[in-house]
Design a protein around this ligand. Structure first.
Ligand SMILES: *Cc1c(COP(=O)(O)O)cnc(C)c1O
Length: 233
C-alpha cells in the first residue's frame, strides 16, 4: 500500500508538471491537496512521508479524529472540502488551514458568530459549476455577490478564492466550457469584492478524473483522492 501511494504521488507530480508545461502554466502555481476521506491514518502518514503536507477531509468528525491522531506531524495542513451544516460552525477552528466549501451566507454568518477561531482562516466560496447537475452543491454565481461582500468584512475568515466540483461528464469539450465560465466568474467576483484584488487567489478545481482540464483553465489547487490512495471503501 505504502509503495503504491508513493508511486501514485510521483506519477501525479510528473503529470502536473507535464500539463503545466502543455498549458503554459508555472507548475509551482499548482498546489496538490491529497483527499484522504475514508482513508486510514496509515495512508496519510505514507503520503506525508513522500512530502505531501496538505490533506483534504469532508466530514468534521473524521477530520477531528485524524487531526488529533496526527497532531505530532509538523507542517501538516488540513483542508475542509465537504458540505458543512450551519450547526457545525462551532467545530470550525484555526487548526483548519482552509475551508473550501463555504456555499451559503447563513453558514458564513454562523461561523462568524460561533466558531472559536483565534487566527483568521482561509475560506473559498464553493460555486456551482453546472446548473443542470443536481448532486453537486455550490452557490450559483448570480447569488454569490452578497456572500463575497460579507466575507470581505469578516474578522474570522480570510476570503481567498473559489472552489468548484465538476460534474461527471464524458463530453470533454462541455466540461472545458464549464470550467472556462467558472474561471471567468471567479475572476470577476475576485476583482469586484476582494480586499486585495491585485493578489493571486486560489482556484480549487480538479479531481482525479479531470485535473488536466482544470489546469488548462487556471486551477491553482487540485483535490486528488482516488489517484493517490486508490478507491474509497
Ligand atoms: C472526494 C472529493 C475529492 C476527491 O475526488 P477523487 O475523484 O477521489 O480524486 C475532491 N473534492 C471533493 C469536494 C471531494 O468530496
Amino acid at each position: 500500500m505504502e509503495n503504491d501511494i508513493e508511486k501514485n504521488i510521483k506519477e501525479i507530480q510528473d503529470k502536473i508538471k507535464y500539463f503545466a508545461q502543455k498549458y503554459k502554466r508555472n507548475p509551482n502555481d499548482i498546489q496538490l491537496v491529497a483527499v484522504s476521506k475514508h482513508h486510514t491514518i496509515e495512508s496519510i502518514k505514507a503520503a506525508y512521508k513522500c512530502g505531501i503536507e496538505n490533506f483534504g477531509e469532508n466530514y468534521i468528525q473524521e477530520w477531528q479524529e485524524k487531526s488529533q491522531a496526527l497532531s505530532n506531524l509538523p507542517n501538516l495542513k488540513w483542508h475542509l472540502i465537504g458540505h458543512i451544516q450551519s450547526n457545525k460552525a462551532k467545530s470550525i477552528n484555526s487548526q483548519i488551514n482552509c475551508i473550501h466549501s463555504l456555499d451559503k451566507l447563513n453558514l458564513a454568518k454562523e461561523i462568524e458568530k460561533k466558531s472559536p477561531i483565534d487566527k483568521r482562516i482561509k475560506v473559498l466560496i464553493q460555486m456551482q459549476i453546472d446548473k443542470t447537475d443536481q448532486n453537486k452543491s455550490g452557490i450559483p454565481f448570480e447569488n454569490a455577490k452578497e456572500l463575497c461582500g460579507m466575507l470581505a468584512q469578516s474578522q474570522k475568515m480570510d476570503f481567498s478564492g473559489f472552489m468548484g466540483i465538476g460534474p461527471e461528464e464524458d463530453d470533454k469539450s462541455r466540461l472545458s466550457d464549464l470550467y472556462a465560465e467558472f474561471a471567468k466568474n471567479a475572476e470577476y467576483l475576485w476583482n469586484s469584492f476582494s480586499n486585495r484584488p491585485k493578489d493571486k487567489y486560489i482556484l480549487s478545481l480538479g479531481m482525479s478524473s479531470d485535473y488536466e482540464i482544470a489546469i488548462e483553465h487556471g486551477s491553482t489547487l487540485l483535490r486528488i483522492g482516488t489517484a493517490i490512495f486508490g478507491k474509497r471503501k
